[in-house]
Write a protein that binds this ligand. Structure first.
Ligand SMILES: Nc1ncnc2c1ncn2[C@@H]1O[C@H](COP(=O)(O)OP(=O)(O)OP(=O)(O)O)[C@@H](O)[C@H]1O
Ligand SMILES: [Mg+2]
Length: 112
């Protein structure tokens, strides 16, 4: 099993959620986060003075999926989150050792 963590633009959340409903995605966890990428935030002007906002609001989506569908999930998120502009976000993929479904005590792939 793989954990797919996507940091995306907040305004793309609905599109990504909708797209994930149509593929083999069993569950998602969504968190409001702040972050920065290689531009280190953005430069803003206020009353003629410029200052830097170094952490921008983003949304983090976490889903744990079967190994076979991880590429499909990545493609789905990329397509739904993409605008082509700086700050579209990133996807990180890690291995998941174990999953336990508390209600049934199922483990591993069956528990997703
Ligand atoms: N290397 C990283 N490690 C952890 N989080 C990251 C990393 N890069 C980006 N992020 C997270 O993803 C968010 C969006 O990043 P962003 O899309 O700006 O990346 P980027 O590398 O600057 O790409 P771009 O040039 O398209 O802006 C950041 O605000 C941060 O929360
Ligand atoms: Mg950036």
């Amino acid at each position: 099993m793989k954990q797919v963590t996507a940091i995306i633009r907040s305004e793309r959340l609905d599109a990504v959620k909708e797209a994930l409903e149509k593929v083999e995605c069993k569950g998602i966890t969504v968190v409001d986060v702040k972050g920065r990428g290689e531009q280190l935030g953005i430069e803003e002007k206020y009353r003629g003075k410029s200052y830097r906002i170094d952490l921008l609001p983003k949304v983090k989506i976490v889903t744990v999926v079967h190994d076979e569908v991880v590429d499909k999930i990545i493609d789905t998120i990329c397509e739904a989150a993409h605008t082509g502009h700086i700050g579209d976000g990133k996807i990180f993929v890690t291995n998941v050792e174990e999953v336990v479904k508390i209600r049934t005590n199922q483990r591993g792939d069956d528990a997703l």
